[in-house]
Design a protein around this ligand. Structure first.
Ligand code: ADP
Ligand code: ZN
Length: 728
């Protein structure tokens, strides 16, 4: 990281590329020189690739043999802070530097020449001749509105040829526009007055403002509806007033237009948006404007953490406990933890917001590493929902039905009052198991260690692990009996059937991620519900998060015990968070809400804690249990996943690693496994996992590196290291 920040023409320098080479390569600085951090194009064999000037070359190579950089790209150089972040995060997560660079430069077209560009937008008339292909194009434009698409991007999204798009432009149904490539975003005005805050909120906002402009982590804890968003927007305002940039991270699913509209109302202009639904051109513009300071506030999903901000002063991680912050493919990292790392490097404040923080953050606050800011009550008149259990052992319920008579009665009452009721079941599809009534065979996935889930809506069986689908067979694949296959257990689709049967006059809305073709369609459905366009809402996990349904006064949890099975040490924490989040949907406006949990074990300690026991006591007990086991956040863990087409070699390699555990034992670490991974087979690949547990201060990464280096992996076998695994 040290060394000159300017290289004269012809000086030796090292360039990091995103190619899987492992280390920066040496080149000569181009005509006119370049800065450290400059984005450059370099020759690599016969190809040209993009790279970042990483520092001085190491002098090992004969200068006469080095090739010069081809050109310096017209974007802001990568700042030291971001380079340092990629290095440190790479070291922590044991991800190679090129892979880290890929995370930071993944947007296609990032380095195309600047200037004007042509985009296609929706026009105001329909073409005389409508075809299916044309409809698709107009559909995409209609769904996205705003910014417009590049020709090829639009064609690809619509699944048509570019000619179709051009034809529509000729017919005047869509507009071709020349726009400056990467214009700055409209200015946000942080001096606009926010909402008048309650005393509680004002105290919180004051605490956050006091820490603005420098590194420090705040845990903003407050029940759903307490106004956490209002409070952290005050921290954003303070950051913007100081002239620095702010980033708000949200779980992808919570990135709704409702949220953006709220930010717009607060600051008078829309922030930059970064998520998988954003168009290429929007992402490119945002990436560049981050570097040039042409955007003050970015609202984004986890990968926004790698944007090249010019001067990042604040990172908010909303719903910080959300499991979707953990990236589970490619580079394995926790966006929440990495946000804290990045903030420490650029001198930014961090605000972690949640109604049900992760145990890790709770402990960090207990230990004084994070500053805790509590919002104790809901804002205004709205009250926290009353929570109670429905003891399913005492309810009389027909076979293949899941809604208890008591819950039915409660729902009916809400409908009569013109209110909404929500039934929550954290299981997608129609039925989790399809069983043959003749031989007992259960239909499984051909590629994974999972049962196929029937989806009536799709009319197929679906594997929830790998996404594989197949038609629902009429005969049993095992005993060939005809017509004996039967669904067992409920999924949301089956629950919807029961609801339709019991409440024939009610308007239903089913919210499950796979019932919607696009994020936009889901957002629309959520908007409709918020406006009162449904009486009963049936949903999976996606309804638990962040949505605001003012007419909702009853939440019924169909199976509160669902998450408590299994041996995962996080099961209690997860169930507690999920149940509290779901319950928090009820009674957000003037009317009080009720949450009813159907359970077969009402005396289970987790169920009791959820039902309004002493929350802090629950966290203390959880923390104590973790401490006793020496697991995070009191100890360190790493998962080692071996995957390959055959299971036997994986166990062999695992056993060999276990025999050569000396590098681990030397740091006092313990090794568990090899054992089948929690997900033992995915997409035809078997997975075997080992777990390493070490003291908080042990040099875990170095030991892991020395340890795994000892065995040579066959080509078909892949070894992945997961620092701080989600389940243990
Ligand atoms: P949380 O993020 O804690 O769930 P929100 O910030 O979304 O809570 O606030 C819940 C609701 O209360 C929102 O509709 C919000 O607009 C409203 N609200 C919160 N604080 C205020 C305030 N000070 N003045 C007016 N409305 C507020
Ligand atoms: Zn599968």
């Amino acid at each position: 990281m040290n060394g000159p920040s300017w290289f004269e023409a012809g000086a030796r320098l090292a360039v990091l590329t995103a190619e899987p080479i492992g280390r920066p390569l040496d080149y000569l600085a181009p005509e006119g020189g370049c800065f450290t951090g400059a984005f450059v194009e370099v020759p690599l064999g016969p190809r040209k690739v993009m790279g970042v000037v990483w520092g001085p070359g190491d002098g090992r190579f004969d200068a006469a043999k080095l090739r010069p950089v081809i050109r310096v790209l017209d974007v802001a150089p990568m700042r030291d802070e971001l380079r340092e972040f990629l290095i440190r995060m790479g070291a922590y997560t044991m991800t190679s530097l090129p892979a880290m660079l890929r995370l930071a430069t993944r947007t296609p077209g990032l380095f195309d020449a600047p200037g004007m560009r042509k985009v296609y937008r929706l026009g105001d008339r329909l073409p005389e001749r409508m075809t299916e292909a044309r409809e698709k194009v107009l559909g995409v434009l209609h769904d996205h509105g705003g910014a417009g698409f590049y020709l090829n991007e639009l064609a690809q999204l619509a699944g048509v040829t570019p000619q179709v798009v051009k034809g529509l432009a000729q017919a005047g149904a869509i507009i071709e526009a020349e726009v400056p490539r990467d214009a700055p975003y409209p200015r946000l005005d942080p001096t606009l007055p926010g909402k008048a805050l309650s005393d509680d909120q004002e105290t919180g906002a004051k605490a956050l403002r006091a820490g603005a402009g420098r590194y420090g982590t705040y845990l903003l804890k407050g029940v759903t509806g307490s106004g956490k968003t209002e409070v952290y927007l005050e921290a954003v305002a303070e950051c913007l007033r100081q002239g620095r940039q702010a980033l708000v991270l949200l779980p992808e699913i919570a990135l709704t237009s409702e949220f953006l509209t709220r930010v717009e109302a607060r600051f008078g202009a829309r922030p930059g948006e970064w998520h998988s639904g954003a168009t290429q051109s929007e992402r490119r513009r945002l990436w560049k404007m981050c570097g040039e300071g042409g955007v003050q506030l970015v609202v984004g999903a986890r990968s926004a953490l790698f944007l090249p901000f010019r001067d990042l002063g604040l990172i908010v991680v909303d719903e910080e406990h959300d499991t979707s912050y953990k990236q589970e493919e490619g580079a394995l990292y926790s966006a929440r933890d990495m946000a804290v790392l990045r903030a420490s490097l650029c001198g930014a404040q961090v605000v972690l917001a949640s109604a049900t923080p992760s145990l890790e953050s709770w402990v960090n606050a207990e230990q004084g590493k994070y500053t805790r800011v509590d919002l104790k009550s809901r804002f205004g008149a709205s009250e926290l929902p009353e929570m109670a259990a429905i003891d399913m052992r005492k309810e009389r319920i027909e076979a293949a039905h899941w809604i208890s008579p008591r819950l039915v009665g409660e729902v009916l009452q809400r409908i009569r009052n013109g209110e909404q009721a929500m039934l929550f079941l954290n299981r997608r599809g129609y039925a989790p198991v399809t069983i043959c009534r003749a031989c007992g065979h259960q239909i499984g996935c051909d590629h994974c260690d999972a049962r196929m889930v029937e989806h009536r809506f799709l009319k197929r069986l679906v594997c929830h692990q790998c996404g594989e689908t197949k038609p629902i067979p009429t005969e049993c694949p095992s005993c060939k009996a005809e017509g004996r296959l039967a669904p067992v257990g409920p999924g949301v689709e089956r629950l919807a059937e029961e609801v339709a049967e019991r409440f024939p006059d009610a308007r239903l809305a089913v919210l499950s991620s796979d019932l919607f073709g696009s994020a936009r369609a889901l957002k629309d459905a959520i908007g409709t519900i918020a406006e009162g366009g449904a009486d009963i809402i049936i949903g999976t996990q996606i309804v638990a998060k962040g949505h605001n349904f003012p007419k909702l006064t009853l939440v019924g949890v169909i199976d509160a015990d669902l998450g408590l099975q299994g041996s995962d040490l996080r099961a209690a924490e997860r169930t507690f968070q999920l149940m509290r989040q779901v319950a928090g949907r009820a009674g957000r406006a003037e009317k009080p809400g009720v949450a009813l949990l159907q359970t077969y074990q009402p005396e289970h300690p987790v169920i009791r804690a959820i039902l309004g026991g002493d929350e802090e006591a629950f966290w203390r007990e959880e923390a104590e249990a973790r401490r006793a086991q020496g697991v995070p956040p009191y100890g360190r863990m790493a998962g080692i996943i071996l995957s390959g087409p055959e299971v036997e070699p994986l166990f062999q390699i695992g056993s060999e690693l276990a025999r050569r555990a000396e590098p681990l034992t030397r740091i006092g670490a313990q090794l568990f496994g090899p054992a089948p991974a929690p997900i033992a087979r995915v997409r035809g690949r078997h997975r075997v996992r080992m777990l390493v547990k070490a003291d908080k201060t042990a040099p875990l990464q170095a030991a892991l590196k020395a340890w795994v280096r000892q065995v040579k992996l066959p080509n078909a076998v892949r070894l992945q290291i997961d620092i701080d695994p989600q389940s243990f």
